[in-house]
Design a binder for this molecule. Structure first.
Ligand SMILES: Cc1ncc(COP(=O)(O)O)c(C=O)c1O
Length: 291
């Protein structure tokens, strides 16, 4: 039985209950974060926290986040995941329970804070080496997807459309631009230049994206943050996604057509290796911190 965190307390998941008046349930009035852990070491915690703080600010939810890192670590340990190769903590904060109104509730409402931990795994090397398939689908999300709200219905519908078409993932297309995946950021490599959509209201500013951007620049790669037109997908030498539980994920086929010369491109492989090296650095830094 897993141990979860709900409103300041740790408890077996079977004992965790949330009010039917919760605005997260009724209105999608809340945020979430997914923070990865590698052998019990948080990766990119600061970035995840900053994105959450920005979201809390936009939603005008007043919540003190000072204990969040300790809570994340405690959930990993109490679920026996401290030596798991890969695990994560899912955190959700909603405005709380109040009689249903579209406007914010009158008076003080205590936010609902729920978190759980679970293990996840990277695909086997022989699967990763073949790359993954993607299907383009319309991006029907709102224009502030940079806020990580729990309103994921358009993402879920897009992912399902891609799955129904037999693909592993979706590429969301808005106004002729291949924006990002349903739960990952999209990248292309064109004639040696690494390209990804700039941070606007139309993408979720991925923490993995930020790490990979930094690594690409440090490695001396030519990098551009600009929209990728849907027509350009056919000319990409390489395409890949980045995300917390996807890490760097090669795309070998879009809409049934091979990407570049097929398989996993050299730049994608290099960036994946650099990303995994950053994870190793974080683990080494943690060793120093606790010794
Ligand atoms: C729509 C979308 N884009 C990109 C990402 C990748 O963000 P991160 O690297 O922080 O996991 C996510 C993650 O949930 C997402 O939902």
């Amino acid at each position: 039985m897993s141990t979860v965190f709900l409103n300041g307390e740790y408890m077996p998941k079977s004992e965790a209950t949330i009010s039917p008046d919760d605005r997260g349930f009724l209105l999608g009035d809340g945020l979430y974060e997914v923070t990865p852990f590698y052998e019990g070491v948080p990766f990119g915690f600061k970035g995840h926290l900053q994105r959450l703080l920005r979201g809390l600010c936009w939603l005008r939810i007043d919540y003190d986040t000072s204990e969040l890192e300790a809570m994340h670590r405690e959930l990993i340990v109490s679920n026996g995941l401290d030596s798991a190769e890969r695990s994560m903590v899912y955190l959700q904060i909603t405005r709380g329970a109040a009689p249903r109104t579209h406007y914010f509730p009158d008076g003080d409402v205590t936010p609902t804070v729920y978190a759980y931990a679970k293990e996840w795994s990277r695909p086997a090397d022989d699967v990763w080496d073949q790359g993954f398939t993607a299907q383009t689908v319309p991006d029907r999300r709102w224009s502030r997807v940079d806020i990580k709200t729990v309103c994921l219905l358009p993402n879920a519908l897009a992912f399902q459309d891609a799955k129904d078409a037999g693909a592993d993932d979706a590429i969301l297309v808005r106004d002729g631009v291949a924006i990002e995946g349903a739960h990952q950021n999209l990248w292309g490599v064109f004639g040696g230049t690494v390209i990804t959509h700039p941070v606007t209201g139309h993408i979720l500013p991925g923490i993995t994206r930020a790490v990979v951007l930094e690594e690409a620049r440090t490695a001396g790669m030519k990098v551009e943050e600009r929209p990728i037109q849907i027509e350009e997908l056919a000319f990409a030498d390489e395409l890949f996604f980045t995300g917390t539980t996807g890490e760097v994920r090669p795309i070998s086929e879009v809409d049934g057509r091979p990407v570049g010369s097929g398989g996993v491109g050299e730049v994608t492989r290099t960036l994946s290796d650099l990303f995994l090296a950053r994870v190793d650095q974080a683990k080494a830094a943690e060793q120093v911190r606790v010794s």
